[in-house]
Write a protein that binds this ligand. Sequence first.
Ligand SMILES: Cc1ncc(COP(=O)(O)O)c(C=O)c1O
Length: 336
Amino acid sequence: MDLIDLRSDTVTRPTAGMRKAIAAAEVGDDVYGEDPTVNALQDRVAALLGKEAAVWVPTGTMANQIALGSLAGMGEEIICDRSSHVVNYEGGAISALWGAQSLVVDGPRGIFTAEAVRAVLRSGQTDHDPRQRAVAIENTHNRGGGSIWPLAQMEAVADVAHGAGLAVHLDGARIWNAHVATGIALQKWCERADTVSVCLSKGLGAPAGSLVATTRERIKAIRRLRKRVGGGLRQAGVLAAAGMYALDHHLQRLAEDHESARRLAALVPFAWHAPQTNILLADVQNAPALVEAARKEGVLINAVSGTRIRAVTHLDFHLEQVEEAAARLRQAAGRI
Ligand SMILES: Cc1ncc(COP(=O)(O)O)c(C=O)c1O
């Protein structure tokens, strides 16, 4: 029985075409800024996102953190939502690397309001106040179940932040999914963000690679931070070539992942949160037991809490497999 792996959209393997692109990549030393493939990818992604410049890094965590590290430092504060990746899944890096703290706000499915931000703004005038420097937004939202920010709500949050002198960071690891699901241009999604991180290794299917996009001026500081955290790779063009290939071939097909997620949810009678993109969440009685039963049926999913499971569709899971996956999940649920 072939395993169906729905734990994450990061489990994909490079396709034959991508491997060819990797093998053919022109390379140079990227720490000297001399890797032509990295440079081309950086220029391409900056233009796609409507920013002046971009820098390639190996992981989304590094992209988020060097962006945030360019915005806030010792004793300063970043407003984040409680379930965000930067708060929950990056090893406490905001404090460990930069000495900054996060102040969390809440919003349904990770999507908070401008009022929620306004409510936690500090005067910044007293000896007591940590200085607030930035607001971080995640779109689509991982732990929110691939949820998409309403554009106007995101703009309102950014306007409140900017009005108070705070920068806006967009964790756009899956901004591609928001773009394909809504038809809203990538530039539009990124317009009000001062720094944007994107991942090529999630739905786009590259083995590694993320970028931070921002102004030409800020990118200099971000490149310094990349070096500091050990992210200055040398002939990184072999990985950038995979990213180039992913943008050429795998961006528009994200629509298929969204369709697979919708169909899977329709075929399995769990209490799914309404699917918006490629990440499905369902509230269940016993998530670890269901994960184990599903594994025995040949489907890998994750428990995100004791009572919530997550299934993620991706490049290596095809529409034709949806019925089989659904049948196995129904079978698993019947066993517990
Ligand atoms: C929203 C979000 N941001 C950032 C990351 C970090 O990416 P990486 O695993 O490449 O460090 C992830 C990874 O799943 C993510 O879901």
